[in-house]
Ligand binder design. Structure first.
Ligand code: UGA
Length: 445
């Protein structure tokens, strides 16, 4: 089977590599010529465990190709997946211009029945717009070519993307015909395991499922952050509360970790877009809107704790930051809590010494030495985690990378000028840290 995947971001590249691993001939398309040149040279533009090996293996086997023109490969493929970005527009909605560009190219150049499958996260109703766009282009050409659209939202997590794609909990596919259903069944059959199901449904339901899933997960996090903030005030421990409720099978234990707020390219954008779609359709999603507001406030909690402990001392003080990425196993800093914390520190006049195992270059690209941020502080890039703590009056843990989980407390105690830790991910044991002579602040403990 021959397919094309447009967009070589996380979703497109991972999907392409995984489909090709199963024997499908995959052409990955991206308008970014530099990116395609890098991919053809074996360079993977993102950090994702296992991806490089998977891509290289399949390129070598001749099943995975990287090109810049969708038009040129359309004659050779049965299915086109659209995995281009849907960045937030000014009003918090999803910007569909890339998605509709793909539809236009598709309509201008197909010459036989082809299925266009949307993997990008798009608001309910987008498939109808895509269809209209294609039909208009075919009408312009004066041809009557059979085509279909389908919706196949992706649920993979950055950092665990290959595992998620190779053995998904479920695959959701919105289709309009038995023909499209048969094509999608054939494509996903190699991924079938005992527990794995393809759920076929109508297209609007498939589009909605994606937003509902992300909004539900984000809701769990914001809810637990609310509980944590109250735990702080009443002397309860949110970790205990999490265990206490997570063992109820109806609630379940996953995605209940409170911390310094969720980030990434998906939850913040999708929660906003869902609330926006609701308003456009004449209803207000009060819970979803509160999830977003709660998260914005939560990103400030680490700095607030630090500031209430040290106040004006923060001006001129060195503050160590461990973790810049929005979560471990990625260099992605989109909407990362670290951005909010660093901005507040620079505004307070601190010297922020940052360290992250993979996101240092990304932070440097975004913030540089911090001079462009308002405030007298600045950012320094440390060579390792202990170097970050050198001369620091406080240490902030913002991303729970494995290497931060068991630090040498005596070394930290020696290099820091003041033994204060704000654990934005609740990974440390308070009594252990305090017995090493540190002042410890967690989130909700
Ligand atoms: C999320 C979803 O989990 C995927 O299913 C979905 O496919 C993806 O968005 C998407 O829409 O493309 P991702 O953004 O990669 O995946 O990251 P997650 O692992 O879900 O983490 C999101 C954020 O929530 C992180 O900042 C993480 O630190 C935070 N989080 C997660 C918590 O604060 N507490 C938790 O209990 C879990």
């Amino acid at each position: 089977m021959n397919i094309a995947i447009v967009g070589t971001g996380y979703v497109g590249l991972v999907s392409g590599a995984c489909f090709s691993e199963m024997g499908v001939d995959v052409t990955c398309v991206d308008i970014d010529t530099e990116k395609i040149a890098r991919l053809n040279a074996g360079e993977i533009p993102i950090y994702e465990p296992g991806l490089r090996e998977l891509v290289c293996r399949n390129v070598e086997a001749g099943r995975l190709h990287f090109v810049t023109s969708l038009a040129e490969c359309l004659d050779n493929v049965e299915v086109v997946f659209s995995a281009v970005g849907t960045p937030p527009d000014e009003d918090g909605g999803a910007d569909l211009s890339y998605v509709l560009d793909v539809a236009r190219t598709f309509g201008r150049h197909i010459n036989r029945y082809t299925l266009l499958v949307t993997k990008s996260t798009v608001p309910v109703g987008t498939a109808a717009k895509i269809k209209a766009e294609i039909a208009a282009r075919l009408a312009e050409r004066g041809v009557d070519i059979d085509f279909e659209v389908a919706s196949n939202p992706e649920f993979l997590k950055e950092g665990a993307a290959i595992k998620d794609f190779m053995s998904p909990d479920r695959v959701v596919v919105g289709v309009e015909s038995e023909r499209a259903k048969a094509v999608m069944t054939k494509l996903y059959r190699p991924f079938l395991t005992n527990n794995f199901r393809v759920y076929f449904m109508d297209i609007p339901s498939a589009e909605m499922t994606k937003y509902a899933a992300n909004a539900m997960l984000a809701t769990r996090i914001s809810f637990m952050n609310d509980i944590a903030n109250l735990c702080d005030r009443v002397g309860a421990d949110v970790n205990m509360v999490r265990k206490g409720i997570g063992t109820d099978a109806r609630i379940g234990g996953k995605f209940l970790y409170s911390g310094c707020g969720y980030g990434g390219s998906c939850f913040p954008k999708d929660v906003k877009a869902l609330a926006r779609t609701a308003r456009e359709n004449g209803c207000v999603m009060r819970v979803v809107e509160a999830v977003e507001a709660t998260n914005e406030a939560q990103k400030k909690v680490v700095f607030e704790k630090l500031s209430s402990a040290l106040g004006t001392e923060l001006a001129g003080m060195t503050v160590a930051v461990w973790g810049l990425a929005f979560k471990p196993e990625t260099d992605d800093m989109r909407e990362a809590p670290s951005l909010v914390v660093i901005e507040s520190l620079v505004a307070a006049g601190s010297i922020v010494r940052v360290y992250d195992p993979v996101a240092m270059a990304e932070c440097c690209r975004r913030l540089g030495d911090g001079c462009s941020l308002p405030g007298d502080g600045r950012i320094e890039y440390a060579s390792d985690m202990y170097d970050a703590a050198l001369g620091a009056g406080a240490l902030l843990l913002l991303t729970e990378w494995k290497q931060f989980r068991m630090p040498s407390w005596p070394v930290l105690r020696r290099v820091m000028t003041n033994p204060l830790i704000v654990d934005g991910r609740n990974i440390y044991d308070r009594s252990e840290v305090e017995s090493e002579g540190f002042i410890y602040y967690g989130i909700g403990r």
